[in-house]
Design a protein around this ligand. Structure first.
Ligand code: PMP
Length: 350
């Protein structure tokens, strides 16, 4: 199916007809010296003027780093903003549904609930692999978005590329691939495919590998028509000037070295932890965390807190019974985790 011609039918009618707010900065972008158009305080303090509503410099820099045209890049206040914008652009409250794999990132369901959109969860297989047939079977004429997360949070595995491609080609819906953890994976990104498939949105973020979680900068790669829609629906000044400046500066410092260490440490941690007597399974990970199945997850979780270490308890999440999710830290933090786990093991026996 050629989706290029077809996505407008997926857009909510009121959004298709929206006349967006036009900011003073949108209307005039020349180089005049006297700005009396935006009711700002004229006394300069570094922040008295509204910031660039399109984040042009960041998008240009991301275009170089990611090898994607600027027109295919939307920058958001974290990928969480992008998730919510997609919900509001494509899903009519009380009518539309979304399909998401399970277990996966919780915000897809929360954003759906806030927008009064039904969530249909499709379980991953027992090994957390993607079953394209079940996802396709869950889609109907009211499904607008399909959320796939690769590498997936909390399971850590990258999803099969051909299964994702089948869903993009056959679902007839917008397919959102959340690649928040892609920088830690050897499986390549699907972002370049947005040039081919107008129904594909690939989400990335500067919160993980780039180490900029506090700045709130998420990225959506999409067809230029979808980028335009997201620009129409977002708050006019969604990313502050302080964030934009700090992000631009940070993007000049490559993080490859840190990512390499984190990936090595992931391997070291997985090896050591999987040999421990109370550990039933360490799931293979393409991300910066490990999902670890243990004999008594709640007890170990509390023990680690007593040792000053907080991990994420996933014991009550679907298909994750008995599991804790452990982020890979700096080598010395990982040493502290290992030491605490060894202490736990000894204490259990004693
Ligand atoms: N997607 C996934 C899969 C995540 O795990 C997270 C953060 N935990 C996000 C998106 C949110 O990222 P951001 O900080 O860009 O909002």
């Amino acid at each position: 199916m050629d989706m290029k011609t077809d996505i407008t039918r997926l857009v909510r009618a009121n959004i298709r007809e929206l006349s967006p707010y036009s900011t003073a900065r949108d209307e005039y972008q020349g180089s005049l010296g006297v700005f009396l158009d935006a009711n700002e305080n004229p006394y300069e303090n570094g922040y008295n003027r509204y910031p660039d509503p399109r984040q042009t410099k960041i998008r240009e820099r991301l275009s170089e780093i990611k090898g994607m045209p600027v027109e295919n890049i939307f920058t958001a206040n974290g990928s969480d903003e992008a998730i919510d914008l997609l919900m509001r652009i494509f899903c009519t409250p009380g009518k539309a549904n979304i399909v998401a794999i399970s277990p996966s990132y919780g915000m897809y369901g929360v954003s759906a609930a806030i927008n009064d959109v039904q969530l249909r969860e499709v379980p991953l297989r027992e090994d957390f692999s993607l079953d394209a047939d079940s996802v396709l079977a869950a889609c109907d004429s009211q499904t607008r978005l399909v959320f796939l997360c690769s590498p997936n949070n909390p399971s850590g595995n990258a999803l099969d590329r051909s299964a994702m491609l089948r869903i993009i080609r056959e679902s007839g819906c917008m397919v959102v691939i959340d690649e928040a953890y892609a920088d830690f994976s050897s499986q390549g990104s699907l972002r370049s495919l947005v040039k081919e498939y107008a129904n594909l949105v690939v989400l990335q973020t500067l919160s993980k590998a780039w180490g900029l979680a506090a700045l709130r900068l998420g990225i959506a790669f999409a067809d230029s028509s979808v980028v335009k829609l997201m620009g129409m629906v977002k708050y006019p000044y969604n990313i502050s000037k302080a964030s934009q400046e700090a992000v631009l500066k940070a993007l000049e410092q490559p993080v490859d070295g840190q990512v390499k260490v984190i990936v090595e440490e992931r391997g070291r941690l997985a090896g050591v932890i999987s040999a421990m007597d109370f550990v039933m399974k360490v799931w293979p990970s393409d991300a910066n965390f490990l999902l670890v199945k243990v004999e008594d997850a709640d007890r170990l979780y509390e023990f680690l807190i007593g040792e000053g270490i907080i991990v994420r308890n996933r014991n009550r999440v679907r298909s994750c019974a008995g599991c804790l999710r452990m982020t890979v830290g700096r080598p010395e933090e990982n040493d502290a985790l290992i030491a605490a786990l060894e202490k736990y093991s000894k204490q259990r026996k004693g």
